[in-house]
Design a protein around this ligand. Structure first.
Ligand SMILES: [Zn+2]
Length: 160
């Protein structure tokens, strides 16, 4: 394997790698890192990136302490949402998202839980689309009628 910086021959070995690109203090154990002994450049091979991000997101939403600013940003990017999109889902101003992510304002406990819930529902369960949250209105709180039936060994609900 040739170094793209200087053309030198890179040496590859497995090592623990700090995954700074995540913006979080994440260390990947035993990934293949190729280093150029000539110029010091390195390349890392991270397999199954989507699964990795899912596992990190799950670890973040499983913690008991409040979400930190960089965790909020990671979860938003994991959802592939802009600040405006997250704002729409949580029912806050886009400027609020920016203040949460830049340590200017603490995220409240309700938004904290809601963001965790959105992330938790996103993978692998897809029967509830989080896009539904943008449709929540301040309409009268009347219970929705739900018909449940068994089909092919599983329960299915039809909400009217
Ligand atoms: Zn090099």
């Amino acid at each position: 394997m040739k170094c793209i910086e200087c053309g030198g021959t890179m040496k590859t070995r497995r090592e623990n790698y700090r995954y700074d690109a995540s913006g979080l203090p994440v260390t990947l154990g035993g990934v293949e890192v190729s280093r150029c002994p000539k110029c010091g450049a390195h390349e890392v091979a991270i397999p199954h990136l989507e699964e990795l991000h899912r596992v990190i997101a799950l670890a973040v939403i499983s913690k008991n302490a409040r979400l930190a600013p960089q965790e909020i940003r990671f979860l938003r990017r994991f959802l592939d949402w802009s600040g405006a999109e997250l704002a729409r889902h949580l029912g806050v101003d886009a400027s609020t998202i920016s203040r949460w992510e830049n340590r200017q304002q603490a995220m409240g406990p309700v938004a904290d839980r809601l963001l965790r819930l959105i992330v938790g529902c996103r993978q692998p369960e897809r029967t509830y689309t989080v896009e539904k949250l943008t449709e929540v209105r301040a309409a009268p709180a009347k219970p929705v009628r739900i018909g449940v039936r068994e089909a092919k060994g599983t329960w299915r609900a039809d909400a009217a």
